[in-house]
Design a binder for this molecule. Structure first.
Ligand SMILES: [Zn+2]
Ligand SMILES: [Zn+2]
Length: 175
């Protein structure tokens, strides 16, 4: 089944990439056939991934989009408020697909050419959003009002920065 939101993103991102001078030398067309997918909804750290076919060496300088098994994005990033970041994620994974297996200097240079300069900051906000969404506990300071939401218990291991007293775990309702 065709995932229309992902196909729409691919279309947008390939359009933007085709206007980028830094990618002039690259043949972008094969990106049109890279399979797109979604990560599990409860993924926390991973926002996007470029999975290569079995046996492909990521350090191979001749990597190309036909070596890619799947580019997958966090499903939460496909919601309207994160779409600018989802575009950047696809772009990032497509750079891997175009032969840059790792995050070396050249990769970071190409990545920095993405015209939407807000995308990285949105990515930081997205990481915070995922952490909050997956939070099961609030670590609360019994003295001041400070608290932070986390997926694990603090279990007496952490002190309030201001009051130097142990933070207390409060279970959050299941979301
Ligand atoms: Zn990467
Ligand atoms: Zn405190």
């Amino acid at each position: 089944m065709v995932d229309t939101s992902l196909e729409f993103l691919r279309f947008r991102v390939m359009g933007i990439m085709s206007t980028m001078e830094s990618l002039n030398e690259k043949n972008l067309q094969p990106l049109a056939s890279v399979p797109l997918g979604r990560l599990r909804q409860n993924a926390t750290r991973l926002h996007g991934v470029c999975r290569f076919n079995k046996g492909v060496d990521k350090r191979d300088v001749n990597l190309c989009p036909t070596d890619v098994r799947e580019v997958a994005l966090h499903p939460e990033s496909l919601k309207a408020e994160w779409l600018e970041y989802a575009e950047f994620l696809i772009f990032h994974e497509f750079l891997h697909a175009l032969g840059h297996g790792g995050h070396d200097k050249q990769f970071r240079y190409l990545e920095a050419q993405w015209p939407n300069k807000k995308a990285k900051q949105i990515g930081i906000d997205f990481a915070v959003h995922l952490r909050k969404r997956n939070a099961k506990f609030a670590w609360k300071c019994p003295t001041c009002d400070w608290q932070t939401e986390r997926s694990v218990r603090s279990a007496g291991r952490y002190l309030c920065r201001n009051c130097k007293v142990k933070l207390v775990d409060c279970a959050l309702r299941v979301k």
